[in-house]
Design a protein around this ligand. Structure first.
Ligand code: SF4
Length: 198
């Protein structure tokens, strides 16, 4: 990956458990897909809340912890922007990984209440929404696209929000890596960032 050759040690960031009452939530039906709930990971009190579409696996088939490609690429960009685990809390529009067909828009809309509760209780400095799915859900705009919204600040839910590509998109299309890193540095990094400076 161009520009992605520096020393980097991806790690399984500590997971924040769901609050009482949310664990075992059956509201959108994804509980029937058999995947476990992942509420969030990183620093629960971090100034930056990263929002992805849904969690990837944190364990392999044998139940051993591993760091998926999404997390590796996210952590790599964060590190190059001068950020670490203490600066970031990563969470999701859906708290469970879908494994089969489901009503996508409906499920995302139902689960949004958990994300909004997280934002209210944690009061992050800003939201960093990664990928079209997360952006469309969080912005409540079905046609929203990262490529049109990046490199600017927005406030779709009354909180400063920036967007970039999904880390998985970077893994599939390495030519997007410079733009992805540029977004992290523009919004989060030092020097020259327009937002949080670690
Ligand atoms: S994905 Fe969200 S709404 Fe659906 S069951 Fe899980 S926590 Fe509840």
């Amino acid at each position: 990956m161009d520009g992605n050759t520096d020393v980097h040690c991806p790690a399984a960031w500590p997971e924040e458990l769901p609050p009482a009452g949310a664990e075992g939530c059956p509201d959108c039906g994804l509980i029937r897909h058999g995947t476990r709930m992942v509420w969030g990971e990183g620093n629960p009190n971090a100034p930056i809340m990263v929002v992805l579409d849904n969690p990837g696996s944190r364990e392999d088939r044998e139940g051993r912890p591993f760091v998926c490609g999404t997390r590796k690429t996210l952590q790599k960009a964060a590190q190059l922007a001068g950020l670490g685990q203490e600066d970031l809390y990563v969470t999701y529009v859906l708290k469970r990984q879908p494994k089969k067909a489901y009503e996508k828009v409906v499920a995302r809309s139902i689960c949004m209440k958990h994300l909004l509760d997280q934002i209210e209780s944690k009061s992050p400095q800003f939201i960093f929404c990664l990928g079209n799915v997360a952006v469309q859900s969080f912005f409540e705009q079905g046609e929203a696209e990262v490529k049109r919204l990046r490199k600017a600040w927005h406030a779709p839910r009354g909180i400063p929000t920036a967007v970039s590509y999904h880390p998985l998109a970077i893994n599939r299309r390495p030519n997007l890596w410079p733009s992805f890193l540029e977004d992290w540095q523009f919004h989060c990094g030092v020097p020259g960032g327009t937002g949080f400076a670690a």
